[in-house]
Design a protein around this ligand. Structure first.
Ligand code: ARG
Ligand code: ZN
Length: 879
């Protein structure tokens, strides 16, 4: 527990490690009341360190030191200093062997960092700084060592004992205990260390690599989850093949293992050869997981697998470089998902997340560059900016270089830096060297925080037939950064003629064969582009595919947006035009009198969409989704959430009333005939019919209610069951809602992953999730304060998705959240700090809301013994 103010750590203070570790030998004696960790490190002075006589400093956290020995000789207490968070030995030789024995208590570890217990099994989470909770070690990613790990435990309680690499020895011990020894031939930073011990079932498969090596694939899960492994295993094999084909990356060990654990702070972890997953991000069956979960699992399995090269073989020099592995790996998993399904739909999903949540982060008090310059607590920087904006930065390099040069660049990067701990700059350098392009200005994307705003204006000169576009870029100030330099922005666009045809983009008067889509490169504060040979004023299709993470301001007319919605050859921009139109219509109704008219052309555009059977149905399903409340708030200033909620409801209800017959027809047309499949087509069908159902229930349609009840009872899969449940929960049919929720719970009460969905469908609903309901959910026997998924599914869903209820003008939602943050701060600071997020945005809201939000933050700030995690978020938010 913290007693003094947390320190800020700066990138500019980086120094190479004073000591390097060549090998690590660990022995874990696992017991019910704790674990003894024997560690032997082969250490030597780093020849590159300037500090020739630096003392040896090893990190440690919550460790009980039992003994220390240097080259076999036990040290006296006066030979070392146990500072609590560091073990310091003043005088050591240039090369030596250090042995420590520590005692830890995994069974009491509620922070879920280091070694802890989850549903009776032992497991680890070491990234970013969890290894220091296991044993004393230079806990930084630029110290890479070879690990040998022996695990000893009761054979009956823990028949499965796992760590990184290959199992090289196993045997029986006294008192019903046994051991297994693992050896990882690849040097790695300690954040990639993992250990698992439990009574788990093993699912086996195999994969033959491009060079003909057979890899043993194994999944370890609790026995009740044995039927939920196939999808992850298939996803893994697809990922392995894809990485060979698209990036030329072959797997390097003989075994690849995946473990599912119920208590996990994040989604999953790429430990070398032993990936550990949050159960909800890996286990799936038709009966228990929705389509969204299936897709998320495929993406996360791929993400963790891809880290084996982008993260493990080439890792980060320090934690400021986190986006080196995360931005690149998110880009890779996103390309993979696009290849497995619909690229346009995947792009829409990624951009929706980016614009809703990352843009909000980038304009709030926690805004930071993709490569932050400072932090107090690194786990607070596993952010949308580092991951998702980091992905966009890599994507822009891909756009600027083209796929072939990008591949040359990634090949060079992996070859040049294999086995090293490097920086984002090394990544960019490899891309430059392979392609011959100058990315010096582009590097600002890593250094400057804030979302660039592009203001676009146009004029048409009929005489010479010139269409002129002027694009101005501005990067808003963010905490600690003002007066920013213009960035290098790839800006993809097309122009549409009045008949909807794409026009050739002639940037010079005499260019004969001009393309109909171009990537313009913006580098100055203002650019002007003249397009020649244009006969009539065209409609611009700007920032196609969302070619850069920026906001585009252009004075769209509703006419133009409707035109793009039906003519733009870029599917992404078709969708985006629909979103812009819907945003415009909803915004115009915020605070308007009851009974104000909803733009009839929007209604007709949606009528066309609901009935459109020619267009890609997955795209139609996306186009039908109205912009979320969260996105509307992000776009607003002085947001009044209940008013925004009201305006959006007005549009939704108007659409549902006007399109009732089309919705019923859409529902019927998309009814399943064959067996359940997880293909893009089947997913689109389910999405369309569940959207139709949801809309019908928003207006309490009787026919809709009958359909929902029978779908709920007859569905053979969770997508349809959940679709029906959600529609009923969000209707005014109170009795049906109650009954549906009760029956659902009784059918799935033994399945934690389904119970989480059951919690969140209520917590996220303004009908079923008002504060008194939320308090009841917290009292429910299935709720568990020690399980992050349960906390997220109730408290997180309420504050993050049930916005009208959370922003109750009486301030009760904010007080509630502050209470839960304070309660969790002692047991799991990482989760507590994440939960604060909705409050950090207080300055975005109208004074009636921002005042109480700020008071709630102040209340958290004043809690005794605040963790470093929450301290950083709260203090930066109030600064
Ligand atoms: N590297 C993991 C992933 O991207 C995330 C681990 C995050 N851990 C943490 N303590 N913040 O997949
Ligand atoms: Zn990752």
């Amino acid at each position: 527990m913290r007693t003094s103010q947390p320190q800020t750590i700066y990138l500019s203070d980086y120094k190479v490690p004073a000591y390097l570790v060549d090998t690590v030998e660990l022995t874990f004696e696992l017991f019910e009341d704790g674990a003894r960790v024997h560690s032997t490190l082969e250490l030597r002075r780093n020849p590159e360190s300037a500090e020739a006589s630096a003392p040896l400093e090893l990190d440690g956290d919550s460790l009980k030191l039992e003994s220390v020995a240097l080259d076999g000789a036990k040290l006296a207490a006066s030979d070392y200093e146990d500072r609590g968070d560091q073990l310091v030995i003043r005088s050591v030789p240039d090369r030596f062997r250090l042995t420590t024995v520590t005692w830890i208590e995994p069974q009491n570890n509620t922070r879920l960092e280091g070694l802890y217990k989850s549903s009776g099994m032992f497991c680890t989470q070491c990234e970013a700084e969890g290894f220091r909770c296991i044993t004393y070690f230079p806990d930084r990613p630029d110290v890479m060592a070879r690990f040998r790990t022996r695990i000893e435990a009761s054979k009956e309680a823990y028949p499965i004992l796992l760590s990184n690499g290959n199992d090289v020895e196993k045997g029986e011990l006294e008192n019903g205990r046994h051991f297994v020894t693992w050896e990882d031939p690849f040097p790695k930073p300690c954040y990639l260390f993992a250990l698992v011990a439990g009574d788990l079932v093993e699912k086996r498969d195999s994969f033959t690599t491009c060079s003909g090596r057979d890899i043993d694939l194994r999944m370890y899960v609790e026995p009740r989850n044995a039927r939920k492994c196939d999808h992850a295993m298939d996803s893994l094999k697809r990922s392995m093949r894809w990485d060979e084909e698209v990036y030329g990356r072959e797997y390097d060990l003989d075994i690849f293992m995946i473990v599912a654990v119920d208590d996990f702070n994040m989604g999953a972890m790429e430990n070398k050869g032993l990936n550990i997953f949050n159960s909800s991000c890996v286990l799936a069956s038709q009966e228990t997981a929705t389509d969204i979960a299936f897709q998320r699992i495929e993406a996360i399995v791929a993400h963790e697998y891809f880290h084996n090269w982008s993260g493990n073989r080439v890792t980060c020099r320090d934690w400021f470089q986190l986006s080196l592995k995360e931005g690149f790996t998110v880009f890779r998993d996103s390309q993979f998902s696009a290849d497995m399904g619909s690229p346009t739909v995947k792009r829409i999903e990624d951009v929706t997340l980016l614009r809703t949540a990352q843009f909000a982060e980038d304009s709030g008090p926690m805004a930071h560059p993709v490569r932050p310059a400072s932090y107090m607590e690194i786990t607070n920087f596993y952010t949308l900016t580092v991951y998702e904006k980091g992905e966009e930065v890599v994507r822009m390099i891909h756009t600027l270089l083209g796929p072939d040069m990008f591949r040359k660049g990634s090949d060079l990067y992996f070859e040049r830096h294999d086995g090293q701990a490097v920086t984002t700059d090394d990544f960019v350098k490899a891309m430059e060297d392979a392609s011959g392009r100058d990315l010096s200005q582009f590097r600002l994307w890593y250094e400057q925080a804030g979302t660039p705003v592009l203001t676009v204006s146009d004029e048409f000169d009929a005489g010479p037939g010139i269409y002129r576009l002027t694009i101005e870029q501005n990067i808003p100030d963010t905490p600690g950064q003002t007066n920013k330099k213009p960035q290098h922005i790839p800006f993809s666009l097309g122009l549409l003629g009045q008949d909807g045809q794409p026009l050739p983009l002639q940037l010079e008067a005499d260019a004969s064969e001009a393309p109909t889509e171009r990537v313009l490169e913006l580098t100055e504060a203002v650019h002007t582009f003249d397009f020649h040979g244009v006969e009539a004023k065209p409609v611009p299709s700007l920032l196609r595919h969302f070619s850069a993470p920026v906001r585009v301001r252009y004075p769209w007319t509703r006419e133009q947006l409707l035109f793009l919605m039906s003519h733009d050859p870029d599917g992404f921009n078709r969708w985006d035009a629909g979103q812009r139109l819907a945003v415009d219509v909803i915004q115009s109704l915020v605070g308007a009198a009851d009974g104000s008219e909803v733009e009839p052309r929007l209604v007709e555009a949606y009528r066309k969409l609901v009935s459109d059977t020619d267009l890609d149905q997955a795209l139609v399903a996306k186009m039908l989704q109205l912009p979320s409340e969260a996105y509307l708030i992000e776009l607003a200033e002085n947001a009044d959430v209940p008013a925004i909620h009201q305006a959006r409801e007005t549009v939704l209800k108007c659409l549902a009333h006007a399109l009732r017959n089309e919705l019923l027809a859409c529902y019927q047309r998309n009814l399943e005939t064959g067996a359940y499949e997880v293909t893009p087509e089947a997913i689109a069908r389910r999405s369309l019919r569940n959207t139709a159902l949801a809309w019908l229930l928003v207006i309490n349609d009787e026919k809709g209610r009958t359909l929902a009840v029978s779908q709920l009872n007859q569905a053979d899969n969770m997508t349809d069951r959940m679709g029906a449940l959600q529609a009923l929960v969000n209707s005014d049919y109170e009795d049906d809602r109650r009954q549906a929720l009760d029956e659902f719970y009784n059918s799935f009460r033994d399945d934690p992953q389904v119970v989480e969905q059951w919690f969140s469908v209520q917590a996220a609903s303004d009908r079923a999730g008002q504060l008194p309901d939320i308090r009841k959910l917290l009292e429910h026997p299935a709720f568990d304060w020690k399980n992050p998924n349960k906390i997220r599914s109730v408290v997180g869903a309420f504050a993050g998705q049930n916005l009208a209820a959370f922003h109750n003008p009486d301030g009760s939602g904010y007080d509630f959240l502050a209470d839960q943050v304070c309660r969790l701060d002692d047991s799991n600071p990482q989760i507590a700090a994440r939960l604060v997020t909705p409050l950090t945005r207080w300055q975005k809201f109208a004074p009636a809301y921002s005042g109480p939000m700020k008071s709630a933050l102040e209340r958290i700030r004043d809690k005794d013994g605040l963790s470093r995690d929450v301290y950083e978020v709260v203090h930066k938010s109030l600064a």
